[in-house]
Ligand binder design. Structure first.
Ligand SMILES: Nc1nc2c(CCNCC3CCCCC3)c3[nH]c(NCCc4ccccc4)nc3cc2c(=O)[nH]1
Ligand SMILES: [Zn+2]
Length: 373
């Protein structure tokens, strides 16, 4: 089978799980944070550097690649793995969410989504079938069903009709999928912030037998408590023997809290995006290295980090590069932020192995946020 999950153990202290996802491009230990590579590259990182920090799976963007260079170009190159010289696993999102976060003049109908390209302004259209056609061409190991992520807040009737359409769209995605043996299709649970709709959507989506399920419709501006509540209502309804992917979540606290509520996979543009404006995640918390206070600080970015950036460069040097908009500076902060999150997830996996994730979370939050929340 293209994508196969192996549940290794469940933490006795929390609902956290330790697992492995087997794909045609290698095995991924979970819980896992997946770096985001929008334009077929994790911005400023080479595949060798991503391997060096231990990344086993990265995300690519259906919407962007459809617009530029075109999924037909990538297919002609032999697929995304060959095109970007990445021989480990790739996950592509279905493009719906990106249409809503990037382009204007969009219209949703039963058929699909009409919108204007955010690059050329030309009118475009993506349907469940089109999204799967693009994702089949790109060749990612895990592909996502075409769904609608309602805005937050959204009224109950809208959320209900939207999730019912997302369920109908999932069935069309299954029909359109040409390579189920090579590319695992994940369904996406919606339902907004409404408990009964979340539970209904979970039942709808899991009624379709798929290699994994995502929790969508979250991390859209709602308070974190609401997101955690939605997780508590949703993950218990998802099959234990399949991976759960919480979409768009990537701050350290949300990653750990999500794992404690049974989530196995996460993605977010945050760590790479904030790195490019000089904000870093360190063992002592968030550190904005472009801040003037680091101008003569010749200590490492994070004294407890053994990454390439922290072993070889000072805060003063990083600040200098970021202020000068030197690409080397962006590379160094991106490298460190990804290294930090991948190490955090390694620590989380080890804590689950030892049934002490709650203690690990309390100790981590104490240092990172200065107090246990
Ligand atoms: N299908 C689908 N995708 C969703 C995504 C995109 C996940 N990242 C894909 C990735 C593919 C490659 C290109 C980049 C995106 C979400 N992202 C967020 N929050 C992000 C909130 C956020 C956090 C920090 C900075 C910006 C935005 N909520 C999401 C909900 C959904 C959803 O229901 N359905
Ligand atoms: Zn570092």
């Amino acid at each position: 089978m293209a994508v196969h999950y192996e549940l290794i153990k469940t933490c006795k202290q929390t609902g956290a799980r330790l697992g492995r996802i087997h794909t045609l491009h290698g095995t991924i230990e979970t819980p896992v944070f997946m770096p985001v590579g929008t334009l077929a590259t994790v911005k400023t990182m080479s595949p060798e550097e991503l391997k060096e920090i231990g990344s086993r799976i990265i995300l690519a963007n259906t919407y962007h690649l459809f617009l530029r260079p075109g999924h037909d170009v990538v297919e002609e190159a032999g697929g995304l793995h060959r095109f970007m010289n990445w021989d480990r696993a790739i996950l592509t999102d279905s493009g719906g969410f990106q249409v809503f976060s990037l382009s204007d003049l969009r219209k949703i109908t039963e058929e699909g989504v009409s919108f204007r390209s955010h690059l050329s302004g030309e009118p475009l259209f993506i349907s469940p079938e089109k999204s799967i056609e693009i994702q089949n061409s790109l060749g990612a190991d895990i592909i996502m069903a075409f769904d609608e992520c309602p805005p937050y807040p959204a009224d109950r009737d809208y959320v209900r009709s939207s999730m019912d359409r997302t369920y109908r769209w999932l069935q069309r995605c299954v029909e359109a999928h040409r390579r189920p043996e090579e590319q695992g299709l994940f369904g996406i649970v919606q339902g907004g912030m409404y408990r009964d709709l979340r539970e209904e959507s979970a039942r709808q989506i899991t009624s379709v037998d798929l290699p994994g399920y995502a929790i969508g419709g979250l991390s859209v501006g709602e308070p974190k408590e609401l997101m955690y509540e939605a997780l508590e209502h949703t993950t218990p309804l998802l099959p234990k023997e399949k991976p759960r992917y919480l979409m768009g979540v990537g701050s350290p606290d949300a990653l750990v809290e999500g794992v404690m509520r049974g989530v196995d996979m996460f993605d977010c543009v945050l760590p790479t995006r904030i790195a490019r404006n000089g904000t870093t995640m360190t063992s002592q918390g968030r550190l904005v290295v472009r801040n003037a206070r680091y101008a003569r600080d010749f200590s490492p970015l994070d004294p407890e980090c053994d990454c390439y950036t922290c072993r070889n460069y000072s805060r003063a040097y990083l600040r200098h590069l970021i202020k000068a908009d030197e690409t080397f500076g962006l590379r160094l902060t991106t490298y460190h932020n990804l290294y930090f999150l991948l190490r955090l997830m390694e620590g989380v996996r080890e804590a689950i192995r030892q049934d002490r994730l709650r203690d690990y979370r309390n100790a981590f939050f104490e240092k990172y946020y200065g107090s246990v929340e």
